[in-house]
Design a protein around this ligand. Structure first.
Ligand code: PLP
Length: 451
């Protein structure tokens, strides 16, 4: 018993130390969720007097969340629909011999129909995965493995790393990869794309909506060009579904990746829609679930949540998009009052995600600016995946954005309060002004140094 208690005390000590270092500036991290102590012994209680419930994960303070491209909170209606599938309806959707399995299977099929309907597809052609990353991998590697003599892959330079990574592996294994240039707004250069296509091209992969600057691609034209050489088209539609008209039949795409957590559903669930007749080599083998294309026990609560999230997004996305656009445009009015601040991506009234505002700020360090804003606003400089690597954004580089600009990506979403937009704008303007006032680089800008 004593050893168990000693173990708890030691664990509490470590956790407490972690909780006290909520802002680790030496590593340049933003304040994150802080794990509070789990206390069971009197000794531990003495060391860390606190009244937090067990395993509570409170945040240090409550910055306003403005990073909806990274992920979205689960809509309460989605959560309500999911909960029974953790509790009473916990069956395995593959169990055929009892009602638990049947209940789970029925819920999965209802969700499949909802997700498919959101993109104008037949539900039988949609398989569930763990997210858009897995869907992209299956679409690209799975399709290329079955492409026969065709050995060409073309991807846009602004694609997410979930597309670039399997594309680069394909190139390492001897495939012909062409990365198509984009214009300064992040939209694929159609002339460059056309020039990259030939009769050996098997697949073209272009996202619906770019995750950093919100550029919405001209998919109809991409499909037209790809079709002309007999290539298939994969579209990573993790971002933008519901805000932008997207219908697989109207567009003529062949493979579509979706992600639940970008549309107020749970994380760890996604889908790949596969046009009938387009053959794929499975990546995950096992029990043969999802028509043998993606083995593994189905995440029933997650899938149920994804289904509800897709229906809500399809029903409410257009109105919500208009609300986001109004807020986003007002926010830009504030930021545009600053000197040497640039809008990255398409024009605000152009082909752009309605909740996206990506700005470049001259004369400041990007990490420093994010850290200064972090106590009040949770936002990022670009894709969450890229920021883990802290490498310059591939997409911004391809767009020709100078590397020395600090960048901020605002991703407005469903719970962003319209009445706080002026406060956000004014605070960013104030912080940028303050940081610039103390920045020698900013004060000396434009001056030619006489070495
Ligand atoms: C365009 C795009 N594709 C793929 C992903 C990865 O999606 P998931 O987190 O569902 O694997 C993301 C998420 O950041 C994304 O924005």
């Amino acid at each position: 018993m004593d050893r168990i208690r000693a173990g708890f005390v030691a664990a509490a000590r470590v956790i407490r130390r972690l909780s006290q270092s909520g802002l680790d500036e030496s590593r340049g991290c933003l304040p994150r969720v802080v794990l509070m102590p789990v206390l069971s012994s009197r000794a531990a209680r003495r060391r860390a007097p606190c009244s937090f419930p067990r395993y509570a994960l409170p945040v240090t303070d409550e910055p306003l969340y403005l990073d909806h491209h990274a992920t979205t909170p689960v809509d309460p209606r989605v959560l309500d629909a999911m909960l029974p599938f953790f509790r009473q309806h916990f069956g395995n959707a593959s169990s055929r011999s009892h009602g638990f399995g049947a209940k789970a299977r029925a819920a999965v099929e209802a969700a499949r129909a909802s997700v498919a309907a959101a993109i104008g597809a037949r539900s039988g052609d949609l398989i569930f995965t763990s997210g858009a990353t897995e869907s992209d991998d299956l679409a690209i590697a799975g399709r290329l493995a079955r492409a026969g003599v065709r050995d060409g892959l073309v991807v846009a330079a602004t694609e997410h790393s979930a597309v670039h990574a399997p594309a680069e592996r394909f190139a390492r294994e001897g495939g012909r990869l062409h990365v198509a240039a984009v214009d300064a707004t992040g939209r694929v250069d159609l002339a460059a794309l056309e020039a990259a296509l030939d009769e050996r091209t098997a697949l073209v992969s272009v996202a619906l909506c770019q995750s950093e600057v919100g550029a919405i691609q001209d998919l109809a034209e991409v499909v037209r060009l790809a079709r002309a050489v007999g290539a298939h088209v994969h579209c990573d539609a993790a971002q933008g579904v519901g805000y932008v008209p997207f219908d697989v039949e109207a567009l003529g795409v062949d493979l579509v990746s979706l992600s639940s957590h970008k549309i107020y559903g749970p994380k760890g669930v996604g889908a790949l829609w596969v046009r009938r007749g387009v053959a794929l080599e499975p990546r995950v083998l096992g029990g043969g679930q999802e028509k043998g294309l993606r083995s593994g026990t189905l995440n029933v609560p997650g899938i149920v949540g994804f289904g509800v999230a897709a229906t809500i997004q399809a029903t409410e996305g257009a109105n919500e998009g208009a609300r986001l656009r109004t807020m986003r445009d007002r926010l830009w009015q504030h930021l545009a009052s600053l000197e040497a601040v640039h809008l990255h991506g398409p024009a605000l009234d152009g082909p752009r995600h309605p909740g996206n505002l990506h700005v470049g700020v001259e004369g400041l360090d990007g990490e420093g600016l994010l850290l200064a804003l972090a106590p009040r606003f949770a936002l990022s400089s670009g894709s969450a995946c890229a920021s883990e690597r802290r490498a310059p954004s591939r997409a911004l580089t391809a767009m020709g954005v100078p590397k020395d600009r600090a960048t901020l990506r605002f991703g407005l979403g469903r719970e962003t309060p319209a009445d706080r937009i002026d406060e956000i704008g004014a605070h960013v303007v104030e912080v940028v002004g303050r940081l610039r006032a103390s920045s020698p680089a900013w004060r000396l800008r434009g001056e030619t140094l006489d070495w």
